[in-house]
Design a protein around this ligand. Structure first.
Ligand SMILES: Cc1ncc(C[n+]2csc(CCOP(=O)(O)OP(=O)(O)O)c2C)c(N)n1
Ligand SMILES: [Mg+2]
Length: 804
C-alpha cells in the first residue's frame, strides 16, 4: 500500500485514508451532535451527514486565499480544509459565546453556520491571502448566493486591473476561487438563478456545488425543479463553443474517485481561466433526516430509505478502499474506532469548555448569596431559589441571572452586615453580569474599530467667495470624480451607471475617465447587485452599489437585511463588508417610484446606517464620510435635488458630516418640526407660511435615521417649544412614529410636552400618479401648516382661533 498514487485521484493511500477518517469522524460528529440536542444540551441541530464525500473533493482543491459561501451541510468540508475543529463543531451546538472556543459565530447563530475570521481583535483586516476564508453563513435558503457572486468578482477585478486595485492582503493576482454550496431544493429560489445568470454574464471564478439529496425537508424534487434535475435545467447556461456560459458537471456524490477527478478538473478551469463552474452532485443522502426537528420516515418511502443506506457515501467509499486494496478490513476498523473515540473526546472537551465558566459563575453566585445570619421572613424563599439553582444539572446563564434577580427582590436590609451588604453585592454582581452578557449577545451590531463612525472628523465644505451655484447633480458627479481619484478600491456600479453615467448623470464621464473596471453597468438584478457589493467589500473593495430607485431596494432588501446588516453581529466582529448602497428617493412619482417607504427599510436593516440628506452637498459629504469608515451605509439621494442649484464646494472628496447629528435650520420658540430629506424643503415653505401667523417654528433636519440624533438635540429643542410635529412622506405609523419613539421615549421628551405630539405623513397608500395624485397622497406644506396651526390652537385657542 505505502504511498503509491491511486490512479486518477492523484492521491496516495495515506491521503485517501486520511480523507476517509475525516468523513468518518464527520459522520460520528453528526450522530453524536444529534444526540446532544435530543439530550437537551443544544437547542437545535442540523448536520452534514450523507454529504461527506464530495466535500472531501472540494476541500482538496480549496486553497489559501479562496472563499466559501455555503450552507449548513458543509461540516465535512470545514473539517477537511482545516477551517473548523471537531471541538468547534460541538461548541456551536452548545452556543458557546467565547470567540477563542467558537470563533466563527460565538454562539450567535445556530450550529453548522460556518465562518472564518477576516478581522483581528481591533477590527482590522487580516491577510486574507494566507488563510482559507469562509464568508459567514446565513439560514435563508439561497441567501448565500448573491454574496458568492461578489466574492468571485473580486478575483476577476484584481486580475484584470493589477495597476489600480491594491491586492496586498486580499488577493494573489486574482487566483482565488469562490466556492458556493447549495441544496438541491434551494436552487428553486430566485437568488440562485439570478446568481447563475450574473456569473455567466460576468465570467467569474465561481464554483457552485449543488448537494442534491432529492428533497428540501419533506418536499421532493418533483415539486422543486423542472425535469427534476438542476443540471438539465441549466443546460442553456452551459458553456458553448463561443466561450459563453458555465462549465457544468454532473457527478454521483458517493463516488469518491470520480469526485476527485471532476473537482480537480473543474476548479483548475475555474481558477486559471476564470470560468464559472457548477457541480451537480447527485445521489446524496441524509441518514438522520433534515434536522433535529423532524423525522424523514414521515415522507420517505422504505425503498428510498433502503437505497440511501446502500448508497451512503461513506459505505461506498469504504467498499472502494477495500476493493482497491488501499487498506484492509482490520486497518479500517481500527481507524474507525480511533475516529469515534476522537469525536467523543472532542464532544467532552467542548462541553467542559462551555460549562466551566458557567459552573464557576453559579458557584461564585451561590457563595455570594449564602445568607445564614438573617432571620427575615424571606430567607426561606431565598434558600429555595438557591436550592433550585444548585441542583440544575447543566446550568445556563439565564438560570443564574434569573435567580439573582429574584433573590434581589427578597433581600432585606438585615440579610447581611452593613459593611458587606448583600443587597449591594447582588446589585453590583447583576450589573457586572449585565455588562458581560451584553458583550456576549448584544455587541458588534456596528463596527467598534478605530474606523467606525464615532471617529469621523467633521470637515466642512469650502466655497469660493462669492460661491458659484451649480446643479446638485454636478456636485455629486464632481465629488464621485474626487472619490475615484482618491480611493483606488472604490468601484461604482448599477443599472445604467456605467456607459451613460447614471439615470441622473451623477457619474457622467467617469467611466471614460476611470475605466470600465471602476464605473460599470450591471444587469437588472438588485439582489445580486447588493450581493456583489457585499462579496467585493469582504475582499477589500469599497463598492458603491446603486439601486436605481428607492422603491426597488425591496428586491435587494432580503440580502441587505439578512446578510449585510447581520454580518458584524453574527460573527461577533469577525467579518465586515463596508459598502455603500446608493439610491435616490423622496417625492418621486406614483406607486412604484414613491421614494418614501422609509419605515419598510429602517427597522429591517439595523446594522447598516441609513442616511437621508436633504441636498447633494450633504449627500456628497455622506459618501466622503462613509468611505473613511469601515461600516456599511445606505445613502438616499433626494431626487428633486439633482437640478436644484447649490453652492459649489471646493474641497470635493474631503468634506464630511457626522451622521446622527441633526441640523437646526430655523430657530423658533413655539413648535419643533422634525423631518428629513426632501421634506425639509416642504417644511421650510410651511415654516414661512406659519411665520405669517406669528407662529415661530424650530425646524430640524435629522439628516440620518440610523444613527438617530445621538446627542439628543431634539429634546433640547422640545424643552424650549414644548410642542412637536414629526413630518415625512412615509405611511402613518412609519418613520415619523420611529422618530417620535426616539424623542418621546428614548429622549424622555414626554416630560416637556404641552400638547400631544403629532405626525404628518402620507396617506396609507403609496402616492398616486401626477401632480394632483401627489398632492392628494403625499403631505404638503399646507398639511404641515394645518398640523402646526391646529396644535397651536389646542394650546391657546383664543390666540389661535380655529381656521376651519
Ligand atoms: C427562505 C427560506 N425558506 C425556508 C427555509 C426553511 N428551510 C430550511 S432548509 C430547507 C430545505 C432546503 O433543502 P435543500 O436546499 O435541498 O437542502 P438540504 O437541507 O436538503 O441539504 C427549508 C425549506 C429557509 N431556511 N429559508
Ligand atoms: Mg436537498
Amino acid at each position: 500500500m505505502g504511498s503509491k498514487n491511486i490512479q486518477s485521484t492523484g492521491l496516495t493511500s495515506v491521503e485517501i485514508l486520511n480523507d476517509y477518517r475525516i468523513a468518518f469522524e464527520s459522520r460520528q460528529a453528526s450522530l453524536l451532535g444529534r444526540k446532544e440536542v435530543l439530550a437537551g444540551k443544544g437547542k437545535f441541530g442540523i448536520f452534514g451527514d450523507g454529504k461527506e464525500i464530495p466535500q472531501l473533493a472540494m476541500a482538496r482543491v480549496f486553497k489559501k486565499g479562496d472563499w466559501r459561501s455555503g450552507y449548513y451541510r458543509d461540516q465535512t468540508f470545514m473539517f477537511a480544509s482545516g477551517l473548523m475543529t471537531l471541538e468547534e463543531f460541538f461548541s456551536q451546538i452548545y452556543g458557546d459565546t467565547d470567540t477563542t472556543i467558537n470563533p466563527g459565530t460565538a454562539g450567535r447563530v445556530m450550529n453548522n453556520h460556518f465562518a472564518s475570521r477576516s478581522l483581528d481583535e481591533n477590527g482590522h483586516w487580516k491577510d486574507l491571502t494566507i488563510q482559507k476564508n469562509c464568508s459567514a453563513d446565513i439560514s435563508p435558503t439561497a441567501g448565500q448566493m448573491p454574496r458568492l457572486l461578489g466574492l468571485a468578482l473580486a478575483s476577476k477585478m484584481f486580475r484584470q486591473d493589477e495597476n489600480t486595485f491594491i491586492q496586498e492582503g486580499f488577493s494573489n493576482h486574482g487566483n482565488e476561487v469562490a466556492f458556493g454550496t447549495i441544496g438541491d431544493a434551494s436552487t428553486s429560489e430566485g437568488h440562485f438563478f439570478e446568481t447563475i445568470n450574473a456569473a455567466g454574464v460576468l465570467q467569474v471564478p465561481m464554483a457552485i456545488s449543488v448537494w442534491d439529496d432529492g428533497w428540501g425537508i419533506s418536499v421532493p424534487q418533483k415539486y422543486q425543479t423542472t425535469k427534476q434535475s438542476i443540471s438539465e435545467v441549466l443546460k442553456g447556461f452551459q458553456r458553448d463553443e463561443k466561450g459563453d456560459g458555465l462549465v457544468i458537471y454532473k457527478v454521483d456524490g458517493w463516488n469518491y474517485q470520480k469526485l476527485m477527478e471532476v473537482y480537480s478538473e473543474g476548479i483548475s478551469i475555474c481558477r486559471t481561466k476564470h470560468i464559472p463552474v457548477l457541480f451537480h452532485v447527485a445521489g446524496l443522502t441524509q441518514p438522520q433526516g433534515h434536522s433535529t426537528s423532524g423525522s424523514q420516515e414521515r415522507y420517505k418511502s422504505k425503498e428510498r430509505l433502503d437505497w440511501e443506506k446502500a448508497f451512503d457515501g461513506i459505505t461506498k467509499m469504504r467498499e472502494w478502499i477495500l476493493l482497491e486494496k488501499i487498506a484492509d478490513e482490520e486497518t479500517l476498523q481500527s481507524l474507525e474506532k480511533e475516529a469515534t473515540a476522537r469525536v467523543r473526546k472532542a464532544r467532552n472537551n467542548a462541553w467542559d469548555n462551555y460549562q466551566k465558566p458557567i459552573r464557576k459563575m453559579r458557584d461564585d453566585f451561590l457563595h455570594m448569596v449564602d445568607v445564614t445570619t438573617c432571620n427575615c421572613a424571606k430567607t426561606n424563599k431565598i434558600e429555595s431559589i438557591k436550592e433550585d439553582l444548585s441542583v440544575i444539572a447543566d446550568p445556563i446563564r439565564k438560570d443564574i441571572i434569573s435567580s439573582g434577580r429574584k433573590i434581589l427582590r427578597l433581600i432585606c436590609d438585615s440579610c447581611s452586615d452593613p459593611s458587606n451588604s448583600l443587597k449591594k453585592n447582588v446589585t453590583q454582581w447583576l450589573e457586572n453580569a449585565s455588562v458581560d452578557n451584553a458583550e456576549r449577545y448584544n455587541s458588534y451590531l456596528y463596527s467598534r474599530s478605530d474606523r467606525s463612525l464615532a471617529h469621523i472628523q467633521v470637515i466642512n465644505p469650502q466655497y469660493e467667495d462669492p460661491a458659484i451655484m451649480v446643479p446638485g447633480r454636478e456636485i455629486l458627479r464632481d465629488n464621485f470624480d474626487a472619490i475615484l481619484a482618491k480611493y483606488p478600491q472604490v468601484i461604482a456600479f448599477g443599472e445604467d451607471v456605467g456607459k451613460i453615467g447614471g439615470v441622473n448623470q451623477s457619474y457622467e464621464g467617469l467611466q471614460e475617465k476611470y475605466g470600465i473596471n471602476r464605473v460599470f453597468d450591471t444587469g437588472i438584478r438588485e439582489a445580486t447587485i447588493i450581493g456583489q457589493a457585499i462579496g467585493l467589500a469582504m475582499r477589500g473593495f469599497r463598492p458603491i452599489a446603486e439601486i436605481q430607485y428607492f422603491d426597488y431596494l425591496l428586491y435587494g432588501l432580503q440580502v441587505i437585511s439578512d446578510d449585510l446588516a447581520t454580518l458584524q453581529y453574527r460573527t461577533r466582529g469577525g467579518q465586515k463588508a463596508p459598502l455603500i448602497i446608493s439610491t435616490r428617493g423622496h417625492r418621486l412619482e406614483g406607486i412604484w417610484h414613491s421614494g418614501s417607504p422609509l419605515s419598510m427599510i429602517i427597522n429591517s436593516v439595523k446594522g447598516v446606517h441609513v442616511l437621508v440628506p436633504r441636498d447633494m452637498t450633504r449627500a456628497a459629504a455622506f459618501y466622503n464620510t462613509m468611505l473613511q469608515t469601515d461600516e456599511p451605509a445606505l445613502i438616499i439621494e433626494p431626487l428633486n435635488a439633482y437640478r436644484l442649484r447649490e453652492k459649489k464646494p471646493l474641497n470635493y472628496g474631503e468634506f464630511t458630516i457626522r451622521p446622527g447629528i441633526p441640523e437646526i435650520l430655523n430657530k423658533g420658540k413655539d413648535v419643533t418640526i422634525v423631518t428629513y430629506g426632501s421634506c425639509v424643503r416642504i417644511a421650510q415653505d410651511a415654516v414661512a407660511q406659519l411665520e405669517g401667523f406669528n407662529i415661530s417654528c424650530e425646524l430640524i433636519d435629522v439628516q440620518s435615521l440610523e444613527p438617530f440624533d445621538i446627542e439628543h438635540s431634539i429634546v433640547k429643542s422640545l424643552k424650549k417649544t414644548n410642542k412637536i410635529v414629526f413630518f415625512d412622506e412615509d405611511v402613518p405609523g412609519g418613520a415619523t412614529a420611529y422618530m417620535m419613539q426616539k424623542v418621546i421615549e428614548v429622549q424622555d421628551g414626554y416630560k416637556y410636552l404641552d400638547a400631544p405630539p403629532r405626525t404628518v405623513t402620507a396617506k396609507e397608500h403609496r402616492a398616486a400618479y401626477s401632480t394632483d395624485g401627489d398632492y392628494f397622497s403625499n403631505p404638503n406644506a399646507e398639511d404641515v401648516f394645518d398640523a402646526v396651526y391646529n396644535l397651536m390652537h389646542e394650546y391657546n385657542p383664543s390666540k389661535f382661533p380655529k381656521i376651519f
